[in-house]
Design a protein around this ligand. Structure first.
Ligand code: AMP
Ligand code: MG
Length: 420
């Protein structure tokens, strides 16, 4: 059970903090979708955003056809009771129709997908027929009109809307479009996303470590996260903690990209230069969001580009990416918002938490013997402990008011699909 405690001065609550939901709503409101589109071969449209609603030019299936291997018959020509003996007058294959008429007392052998021959209105499956030594086909009377027939247009009718404008095309959509004979499609252009790291402590991963330095992991995490999305990626490297360098990097980035992401330099430390740089060349908002980790976030506008300044701590980068950058990219791409799916699980560990912030603890979820989700923590939960993410397969999400969890309590989890 969640224990609700009275507010105290020890709570990490600040009056000017905004909620997770408020931050997402503001981001989606500020980001303007790309307007340009391009026409691409269907195969290249996977994960792209459909530009115009698609209406079917044809019926799918285009013609009535058989759902089974068997014999096509006219139901009214069968005896009302007992066995009918029918003459086999030919075979209808998928792709090669039987074009002769089928008269009363006759039947046509038919394969799955073959056109229903003229003069027939049911398919009796192979297993329900017998063949006499003289070649006649025996069927009983327990059959009905339209049995085992896939009607023309039963999947999609001509003129039906099949895919909405703004849909992100999944593998099934690609198949549906192919079934309509649509070989090229107009999709929105991919958003361009540029990113850089800030911090004088950062060195490149192919250099030896020196005193006081750490490897720049955030840029690799971001590159990996963005690589899973349908965006163009521009890696702008590491920018030193110098106002001019950061201003220049922001200006260059905004010329190349629809969305510019930086990590680090947005807290209130002395060496945090994003704020003044951004104020000099564009507009900016600095938020404290009631989440943990990932409290500080900067949203800005430089010419036509959106800027998102993420915190520097590696876990905070991943949390803010999953909660804020993804909605921004979807808004930019012109697709519908995609909300995380929360599942119910039972905690197997005690989890300490104070009310006031929405927390993303890193968890390992598995199905128990009854196929119910259970989840334990990955261990230390500091926002610099990136192995807490690599060991995890989910976030354990603890809402603002949650005041800690005992083993056995219900919690919500958000499974990683590594697209978040
Ligand atoms: P900052 O927000 O710049 O004060 O950074 C917060 C913490 O994250 C500091 O401990 C930084 O050293 C660390 N950090 C910042 N950027 C990176 C990065 N690119 N890779 C790894 N750690 C980083
Ligand atoms: Mg820094």
């Amino acid at each position: 059970m969640n224990r609700i405690s009275a507010p105290s001065c020890a709570d990490p609550f600040e009056p000017n903090m905004i909620s997770l939901g408020e931050a997402i709503a503001r981001i989606e409101e500020r980001v303007k979708p790309v307007t340009e589109s391009e026409s691409l071969p269907l195969r290249d449209c996977l994960d792209r955003v459909n530009h115009d609603s698609i209406f079917s030019p044809i019926n799918v299936p285009p013609h009535a056809n058989s759902a089974m291997d068997g014999v096509a018959v006219a139901i009214e020509s069968l005896k009302p009771s007992g066995i009918s003996l029918l003459d086999d007058v030919g075979t209808a294959f998928a792709g090669t129709p039987f074009t002769e008429p089928c008269l009363p007392g006759q039947c046509v052998r038919i394969m799955t997908g073959a056109l229903i021959p003229a003069g027939t209105n049911a398919v009796i499956m192979q297993e329900q027929t017998e063949r006499d030594s003289d070649g006649k086909v025996r069927v009983d009377h327990q059959h009905r009109i339209d049995e085992n027939i896939r009607q023309a247009g039963e999947d999609i009718g001509k003129g039906d809307q099949v895919i909405e404008a703004g849909a992100r095309l999944n593998p099934a959509d690609i198949g549906v479009l192919a079934s309509l004979g649509i070989a090229r499609l107009k999709v929105k252009r991919k958003p361009r996303v540029a990113f850089f790291s800030t911090g004088d402590e950062l060195i490149a991963i192919d250099q030896p470590l020196r005193a006081g330095k750490i490897y720049d992991s955030n840029r690799y995490t971001l590159h990996a996260l963005l690589s899973r999305l349908s965006v163009e990626i521009v890696d702008l490297g590491v920018i030193p903690d110098q106002p001019d360098a950061i201003r220049q990097a922001l200006t260059d980035a905004a010329q190349q990209a629809d969305l510019v992401i930086s990590t680090g330099g947005v807290s209130m430390g002395e060496a945090d230069y994003i704020k003044p740089a951004l104020e000099a060349i564009g507009s900016s908002e600095f938020w404290k969001i009631a989440i943990k980790p990932g409290r500080p976030l900067t949203l800005g506008q430089i010419d036509g580009s959106t800027f998102m300044g993420l915190p520097g701590n590696p876990v905070a980068v991943m949390v803010t990416f999953s909660q804020f950058v993804l909605p921004a990219i979807h808004a930019l791409a012109g697709s519908r918002p995609k909300r995380p799916i929360l599942l119910n699980a039972t905690a197997t560990d005690r989890i300490r938490k104070r009310p006031g912030r929405y927390e993303f603890q890193r968890g390992i979820a598995s199905l128990d013997a009854n196929n119910q989700w259970q989840v334990g923590k990955t261990g230390k939960q500091g926002s610099g402990i990136l192995t807490s993410m690599s060991r995890a397969n989910c976030f354990i999400v603890l809402p603002d008011e949650n005041a800690g969890v005992e083993a056995g309590d219900p919690v919500s989890i958000q499974l990683f699909d590594w697209n978040f």
